[in-house]
Design a protein around this ligand. Structure first.
Ligand code: ZN
Ligand code: ZN
Length: 446
């Protein structure tokens, strides 16, 4: 996500009419996952203490690849679109189903403020725009460790599996530095999942839901996203004589304020956000700088709104700049499609999800305006995306509230974001059971 936005409310759960039979294979793999529990936590702590920013996941990728090699997978493809990895496991029985289990592996330029003994103290001095403190403030350390655990567990039952499993470790989900390519689209362009092509993709994201709860949504779970960059050019001048130049800074302020009104031009049923999180100015206290650059993001829950909103934002910037004698150039970068869960995939997966967490821990959730570029894979190959709760929260009157005496609720990308270790096992089981059920033919849409 870059990623999870608020998950403020829940809307019940569709209870399946069928339950999935727990087979010997499910029991066997659960036993292996139980044995691996401490190991998965250790991996997660190591990854958490050694976070790397998008497109710089060198040591993270090496750590993952060493593990996958040690498992004796049929193939470990590395250095895909930067530091992407795909592990390939062919089952011991013939089968043409192929599931891709995906984890994102990058961290964020956030200074961690969580009081844990494996907290990150990493600073990346060389990253464009840096130096930046680096932290796994979006939980991708959990995603990586959970998929490493699932790979181990699935290898342990390989002779019982019919079909193929792709373990997809994806870099740069949070967006590569501007001017670089990366992430799911770059992996897909590099044909990372082309051979064999998945018949299902599964991904998940940890977030501030009650520990061990799985949330899903039919339709768009996460929003469509685009980065907006607006460069406003004026004329540099001494701070004491603004009338001798053209000041781009008030224009920047007007654009930020006015953009907050664009939502009124979009149907109110469709959630939209426009946020500017970064401003670069060339001036100082006594210099009115030549240019100001705004960097932000546009999110739309209904993907078809994106073109209209971007056009309005571009017009607004251009006209506000013109009114002050400046020029504004607006660019839209790194388009990420919405994460869309088709009803047929959700319905096919509910028995598996219920069998992993119990129907009482499976909830439908509202759409959020986070994004996840796993959408590139899910849209192309079909599949499912869910949220996994990892915090000390509970449901009360349909809302999610902190548990008294717990660690509270901290949203993704916040310096206080945390994830409970004891939720990891649920994530490993989700990967493993979804994979087994898809390969066994119990989780399919035809
Ligand atoms: Zn994320
Ligand atoms: Zn994120």
């Amino acid at each position: 996500m870059s990623c999870v936005g608020h998950v403020e409310s829940v809307c019940g759960h569709i209870v399946s009419s069928e339950t999935r039979p727990a087979t010997d294979l499910h029991q066997l793999i659960d036993q292996r996952i139980e044995e691996l529990a401490d190991q998965v936590i250790e991996w997660r702590h190591h990854l958490h203490a050694h976070p790397e920013l998008s497109n710089r996941e060198v040591n993270t990728a090496r750590f993952i690849a060493e593990h996958l090699h040690s498992l004796g997978l049929d193939e470990v493809r590395t250095s895909i679109a930067g530091h992407g990895i795909v592990g390939v496991l062919h089952g011991g029985k013939p089968g043409d189903q192929v599931i891709a289990l995906r984890a994102d592996i990058d961290a964020l330029p956030v200074k961690e403020l969580v009081d844990i003994d494996f907290a990150s103290t990493v600073v990346d001095d060389d990253y464009p725009g840096g130096p930046f403190p680096v932290a796994h403030a979006c939980g991708h350390d959990c995603h990586t460790a959970m998929l490493m655990g699932a790979a181990d567990a699935l290898v342990s039952v390989r002779e019982h599996l019919a079909g193929t499993i792709l373990f997809v470790f994806q870099p740069a989900e949070e967006g590569p530095p501007l001017g670089e390519t990366g992430g799911a689209a770059a992996m897909d362009d590099a044909q990372a999942l082309a051979n064999p092509m998945p018949t299902m993709v599964f991904g998940m994201h940890v977030g501030p839901l009650p520990n061990g709860v799985v949330a899903y949504r039919i339709g768009n779970q996460y929003a469509a996203s685009v980065i907006v960059r607006i460069v406003i050019t004026g004329q540099q001048v001494h701070g004491s004589t603004p009338w001798m130049g053209k000041d781009p800074l008030p224009v920047a302020a007007e654009i930020i304020s006015a953009s907050a009104q664009i939502y009124r031009q979009v149907p109110a049923y469709n959630p939209v956000t426009i946020s500017f999180g970064h401003i670069e100015d060339q001036g100082r206290f006594n210099i009115i700088g030549e240019t100001v650059t705004l960097l932000g993001t546009v999110r739309c829950s209904v993907e078809s709104d994106m073109g209209d909103i971007c056009q309005r934002l571009q017009q607004l910037a251009s006209h506000l700049a013109q009114a002050q004698g400046c020029v504004a150039e607006t660019e839209f970068l790194q388009h990420v499609p919405a994460v869309h869960n088709e009803a047929k995939w959700v319905h096919a997966a509910i028995p598996t999800l219920e069998s992993v967490v119990g129907s009482q821990n499976l909830v439908q959730t509202a759409p959020t305006l986070g994004y996840d570029d796993v959408s590139v894979f899910v849209n192309r190959y079909g599949g499912l995306y869910v949220l996994l709760g990892v915090q000390d929260a509970e449901f009360k009157d349909g809302a999610i509230v902190p548990i008294p005496g717990g660690r509270g609720i901290s949203y993704n990308h916040n310096p206080h974001f945390y994830a409970n270790d004891d939720a990891l096992q649920t994530g490993v089981r989700l990967h493993a059971h979804i994979a087994i059920d898809h390969l066994m033919g119990n989780l399919r849409t035809e």
